[in-house]
Design a protein around this ligand. Structure first.
Ligand code: UTP
Length: 416
């Protein structure tokens, strides 16, 4: 018998995943069979077992000491303070020390757009896609600071090809092609409720992107940090693809991090109310962290300061700045995985494609903000929601293209 197949059989038996062999036997051709065996050999089954067991564990935050985190309010800086940070940041930007990374590996299930989220036409008169809107900020910086800021775009297996093609078809939106680099994030198998790996429609292992926290490992593995260092980059702004008011090039943020001698900084906006479903920056056992809305108690979420503001008010908006040194350190660490129960199309044991109407499979994701706890300290810059936050998450209602478009238009008509 084929040695590789024998090895795969042993592994699958050891980890109770023999159902995959039925899938293997049903595959039509030699190429598909070899692909299947190779992908089984890349799976870390110990990790899969650990992840499945973790689905049943409830997180306990009661033992952690959660405190508010210090922040600087951008709009309340004195003229001198503002200019000091701006000057430091500008020096770095003009010296080519900044890169920008856009995380575009997500599935965008809530938006329901058929292509990658960045290719979505926001519905402006110009019909600009989200990618083009983001690129505008780099072109603006190019005109202002006379520097081509390298732009790295993290995609996933599922959307990489479409993303690259979109950029080519749109001539990189007029930004120099040599400044744009794509890299793919990692992926993990999806499991059914019994902890068994499921198959995709083609009969191969069903895998899903490993969450935005996978970015650090991917940057290391795919040579992004190496490339950045070769270009002399010191700071990388890392943001999501789906905020059409994101300020990817902000000298004040860099200046603040430099001045505070920290290796990471994050932007926050004031939480709209105790019940808003956002994670907030905090200190957890003395380390910077983000506590999610599902993890903070109602009492804590409603606590106020003497001036009547929420005590935990600094919402995390996935706009962060990391020093290369920090990225390299985090990339070598294992961040915790969070589990999500999702609807996932799969091939059942009779070889039939099933499109579930209810969640049926576990997906494991690392979150970028879990990396904060590995830092001694961070700089937090509070910015104005209407200036820097217009998320495109849902097809309709809150955080939809309609609300983001309005915020985008209002901001740009105010700042003409
Ligand atoms: P979200 O958590 O909002 O997920 O991602 P999403 O994929 O865009 O949308 P839903 O939840 O399926 O509706 C926030 C940001 O992180 C990126 C997304 O592309 C988005 O910019 N992301 C998320 C990744 O790059 N990789 C991932 O695995 C997950």
């Amino acid at each position: 018998m084929d040695e590789k197949l024998k090895k795969v059989e042993q592994i699958l038996q050891k980890y109770g995943q023999e159902q995959l062999l039925d899938g293997y036997n049903r595959l039509p051709g030699e190429k598909e069979k070899q692909d299947f065996l190779n992908s089984v050999l890349t799976v870390d089954f110990n990790q899969i077992e650990k992840l499945y067991n973790s689905c049943k564990e409830a997180k306990d935050f009661s033992k952690s000491k959660i405190e508010p985190i210090d922040f600087v309010d951008k709009s309340k800086l004195s003229k001198e303070q503002y200019e000091k940070y701006e000057k430091i940041g500008l020096e770095k930007i003009k010296a080519g020390k900044l890169a920008v990374v856009t995380m575009a590996g997500g599935q965008g299930t809530r938006l329901g757009h058929t292509g990658p989220k960045g290719t979505y036409d926001l519905g402006l008169d110009t019909h600009k896609s989200i990618f083009e809107i983001l690129c505008d900020t780099l072109k603006e910086a190019r005109d202002k600071y006379k520097v081509d800021i390298p732009w790295y775009i993290m995609t996933s297996d599922e959307n990489n090809e479409e993303t690259e093609t979109f950029f080519k078809e749109h001539n990189f939106f007029g930004y120099p092609e040599k400044c744009v680099t794509f890299f793919k994030q990692g992926k993990l198998p999806m499991l059914d409720t019994n902890g068994k790996i499921i198959l995709n429609e083609k009969g191969q292992i069903k895998e899903a992107a490993d969450g935005h926290g996978g970015i650090f490992q991917s940057m290391l593995k795919d040579g992004v940090t190496f490339d950045m260092k070769a270009r002399g980059i010191e700071w990388a702004f890392i943001g999501g693809v789906d905020n059409v008011l994101v300020k990817m090039v902000d000298p004040v943020l860099i200046g603040l991090a430099e001045d505070k001698h920290v290796l990471a900084a994050g932007k926050s906006i004031v939480k709209a109310g105790p019940k808003e479903k956002v994670g907030v920056f905090c200190k957890k056992d003395g380390k910077p962290s983000v506590i999610e809305y599902s993890e903070i108690s109602e009492e804590m979420a409603a606590e106020t300061t003497e001036s009547g503001e929420l005590k935990f008010a600094e919402s995390h908006i996935l706009c962060n700045l990391f020093n290369i040194e920090a990225i390299e350190k985090i990339g070598k660490m294992e961040l915790p995985y969070h589990v999500a129960f999702k609807k996932a199309k799969y091939l059942n044991r009779d070889g039939e494609i099933v499109s579930p109407t209810e969640p049926n499979a576990y997906k494991f994701e690392a979150f970028l903000f879990d990396a904060f706890e590995s830092m001694d300290d961070m700089a937090i810059l509070r910015v104005k929601r209407e200036d820097e936050f217009a998320p495109v998450k849902n097809a309709e209602g809150v955080d939809s293209p309609e609300t983001a478009r309005k915020l985008y238009i209002d901001f740009h008509s105010k700042n003409k």
